[in-house]
Design a protein around this ligand. Structure first.
Ligand code: SAH
Length: 531
């Protein structure tokens, strides 16, 4: 591993360095050096073979290996099908994602290629050096042996043009990827609409996220593969500092303990735990972000303490039988959206030693009434007259979608009521779907236009310094904001009266990561989806 991080230690890269002595040595020496260093790093990045687990030191080596070991010449495939840059990229991703055998490439029938779909523009491996290669150059260079390449030094400007061309390709691939992601998103929305309107009795019933297969959960984990979502979470100081303060100010809880971090992301909680005195931390994440966590942990010299494992906690085997503490930041919108708590409970039941603890340990879900006539008009009455047209039928689609947004505390018109308390050390899976009666004490005489939901988190068990945070509208906002369930029409409310209601929270059986929340208020039922 260490060798990969040291490009200067790689002798073969040096052999492949072009001879620069023909150029103007004095001119732009620094820039040249930088350029070559860049080249060197590029070249020294190992390449995973397309058909086996071998790591090869360069793209040409990989092609040679494929020809020698797997009897398939990628250059012949490129030539035979006249693959351009996109075709080539799609072919590489197709081979990696379908794990097709080398022989299937040789015997492709006439007609459309199996990697025609734009989906294959999406890299299967992060920073795959094969995707950075130029198919035209691969074909041109196919005659040259390794020795031949080292003797054909190319001038700086040729390489620069190549780098620019590669940049251009990367940019257009990114644009194509963005378009594909957009299409995917639209398809998802369409599928969700179908799911909502479908007859559930005929379809396969997935009960929990634990029963999801890896491929079924791919979209979920790939959403965590991008750095943006982790940046947002890390920058949410209320969230991250609460975890930090809990661990740093209760170091006696962590001293010499074995800790499991379920869904470690960038590894932040694992590093807090290590600094708080844990003997060993095992950090698990199925998302590609774990590769960054590996670098992050090494950069902070914590690799002796923190063991990172890529995989779904439900699919992997931990290197220890039991752990003393489980930490996780699993909370979704309205607490239970995403259903990641299912995975934490799975880990708890399998790995937590007797007397061990899950943190955070206590969570409350609360509701309050909202009176915001302006917003209600913007969202609901708006559809009555859109540029002179009646679109009121849209209300049926708009109202049942819960909205994640920050609620102005001035629009709250009742005291909050806790509808559910979850003790992560005791709760069982079936209790994560529940029905609760609630009563909201009105504080203003006005019209009720929505119900707002949010949650509070407590680090409590065995802690001498207890820590908590809230995601409610009255305090500093977090990235969870609040969840708003808008009413189809405003209902008058009197200060002092108690609004009695019933709420049911259940998973969408067809997509156990999304939730249905049903309110029974004023004798009327309305179901909201949260996706
Ligand atoms: N602990 C990090 C990241 C929290 S986000 C932090 O606090 O910043 C939740 C992470 O859990 C995501 O990276 C997601 O990929 C991971 N995750 C969710 N369910 C998982 C499961 N069943 N197995 C492994 N990782 C999971």
């Amino acid at each position: 591993m260490a060798a990969n991080t040291d490009p200067h230690g790689n002798g073969t890269a040096e052999e492949q360095m072009p001879d620069l002595s023909d150029g103007d040595e004095d001119e732009d020496e620094d820039a040249d050096e930088e350029q070559w260093q860049w080249e060197e790093e590029e070249e020294s990045q190992p390449v995973t073979c397309l058909f086996c687990d071998r790591l090869l030191s360069s793209v040409p080596d990989t092609l040679q290996h494929c020809t020698a070991e797997h009897r398939v010449s990628l250059v012949d495939v490129i030539r035979k099908h006249g693959l351009d840059d996109y075709g080539y990229i799609k072919m590489i991703n197709f081979i990696r994602s379908t794990k097709c055998s080398p022989s299937c490439l040789g015997g492709l029938p006439e007609g459309p290629l199996p990697w025609e779909s734009e989906d294959f523009l999406r890299p299967v491996l992060q920073d795959d050096p094969l995707l950075q290669a130029d198919p035209e150059e691969l074909c041109e260079g196919s005659c040259s042996s390794r020795a031949c390449q080292s003797s054909t030094a190319e001038p700086y400007d040729v390489l620069q043009r190549r780098a620019q061309a590669a940049d251009e390709r990367a940019r257009s691939s990114e644009e194509a990827l963005a378009r594909a992601m957009d299409d995917l998103h639209k398809l998802k929305l369409l599928a969700q609409g179908l799911v909502l309107n479908a007859d559930t009795s005929k379809s396969r019933n997935l009960g929990t996220v634990g029963e999801l297969r890896e491929d079924e959960d791919e979209a979920y984990f790939s959403s965590y593969g991008h750095y943006g979502i982790h940046e947002e979470m890390l920058k949410d100081k209320v969230r991250t500092e609460s975890y930090r303060d809990f661990m740093y100010s209760n170091s006696e809880v962590f001293k010499d303990k074995v800790v499991l971090d379920v869904g470690c992301g960038t590894g932040i909680l694992s590093m807090f735990a290590a600094r708080a005195g844990a003997k060993r931390v095992i950090a698990v994440d199925q998302s590609e972000i774990i590769y960054q966590a590996m670098d992050i942990v090494r950069s902070n010299q914590l690799e002796e303490k923190i063991t990172l494992i890529k995989g779904r906690i439900e699919d992997i085997k931990l290197p220890v039988e039991k752990v003393d503490i489980i930490i996780s930041e699993w909370m979704g919108y309205f607490l239970l959206f995403e259903s990641m708590l299912d995975s934490v409970l799975y880990a708890r039941d399998l790995y937590l030693a007797d007397g061990g603890s899950v943190y955070p340990d206590l969570c409350n879900i609360s509701l309050a009434a909202v009176g915001d006539t302006q917003k209600h008009q913007d969202r609901v009455a708006f559809w009555d007259d859109v540029y002179g047209f009646n679109m009121a039928c849209m209300k049926k689609a708009v109202v049942p979608e819960a909205v994640v947004e920050v609620v102005n505390p001035d629009t709250l018109i009742s005291e909050p009521a806790v509808i559910q308390t979850i003790d992560c050390n005791r709760v069982c899976l079936s209790e994560l779907e529940f029905t609760a009666d609630f009563s909201l004490k009105m504080t203003k005489t006005t019209e009720c236009t929505a119900i707002v939901g949010y949650f509070d988190i407590f680090f409590d068990k065995d802690c001498s310094n207890k820590v908590m945070f809230s995601t409610g509208p009255q305090v500093t906002k977090t990235h969870w904001k609040q969840t708003v369930f808008i009413l189809d029409r405003p209902v008058p409310a009197q200060a002092g009266e108690e609004l009695q209601g019933k709420v049911t929270v259940r998973k969408n059986k067809k997509d156990p990561r999304s939730l249905f929340v049903t309110f029974d208020l004023w004798g009327r039922k309305q179901t909201y989806s949260l996706q």
